[in-house]
Design a protein around this ligand. Structure first.
Ligand code: DGL
Length: 258
């Protein structure tokens, strides 16, 4: 009988350091697993590239993970998930893929007939996958979208609460301030500025992201395939980044520790 090697690591990637917000949730839910995190900061941001460019960049990272014999890959990036996950699943059928999608469902379910604002990159909001997602909820809530690709670059610089960030956020959020019940952080960089956003919009607005949903899906996939690590084993995390500047790994560790 073929046995599954449960001790293989799990690959997690993002266009940059944003996916660390997902990695933190994965480690919380699956503390015995070994994670390899790859941030493609050299090529960030993905959200203003074409679908084909994001697919090619994602494919290169997947090939690196496959060469490391990972047991699953988490695409900790809404943009790469929308642009590439279906093609990657078709091309690498033996790999378990878990992707990220804007957490529209919990936002809509939070309050009946509410106004939901989805903040994400330009590419995520343009993709068919997002249109299909919104269609499922359009009779239950009023859903608006706010492309916020520049926010990715603030987080890539490690700028989480600067005066410039505050004025950028105030400017883009102003039109929605008195008419929003929930905000979906549909980009994995955005949870790192959640408290800055919350201060601007006020504590009554519910802010949600997709990390917990992705962690639960990975957990279920590992259970289903019998690939979960033994609970006696301590887990680990290793950081890699396409930008050779050593400050990237320092920033990655800092964000992981927040
Ligand atoms: N973190 C990514 C996401 O969740 C994208 C950021 C980028 O534009 O590179 O969409």
């Amino acid at each position: 009988m073929k046995t599954v090697d449960i001790n293989r690591p799990i690959g997690v990637f993002d266009s940059g350091v944003g996916g660390i917000s997902v990695l933190k949730e994965l480690c919380r839910l699956l503390p015995h697993e070994d994670f390899l995190f790859y941030g493609d900061s050299f090529n960030a941001p993905y959200g203003i590239k074409t679908t084909e460019e994001v697919y090619q960049l994602s494919r290169n990272i997947v090939k690196k993970f496959v060469a490391r014999d990972v047991k699953a890959i988490v695409i900790a990036c809404n943009t790469a998930t929308s642009a590439a996950i279906s093609r990657l699943r078709a091309e690498f059928p033996a790999v378990i893929f878990v992707g990220l999608e804007p957490a529209v469902k919990p936002a809509v379910e939070h309050k009946q007939n509410s106004h939901v604002l989805v903040m994400a990159t330009k590419l995520t909001l343009q993709e068919r996958k997002f249109a299909d997602l919104v269609k499922n909820y359009s009779d239950q809530a009023q859903i608006s979208v706010l492309p916020a690709s520049e926010l990715v670059e603030f987080v890539e610089r490690g700028e989480l609460d600067s005066p410039q960030l505050n004025s950028y956020l105030k400017k883009i959020l102003k039109p929605y301030l008195n008419q929003t019940d929930a905000i979906v952080l549909g980009c994995t960089h955005f949870p790192f500025v959640r408290s800055t956003i919350q201060k601007i919009v006020g504590k009554n607005i519910y802010i949600v992201d997709g990390a917990l949903g992705a962690a639960k899906r990975l957990d279920a996939e590992l259970e289903r395939t019998g690939a979960k690590c033994s609970p006696e084993q301590p887990g680990s995390v290793k950081f890699y980044n396409s930008n050779p500047d050593p400050r990237e790994i320092k920033l990655s560790r800092k964000l992981f520790s927040l």
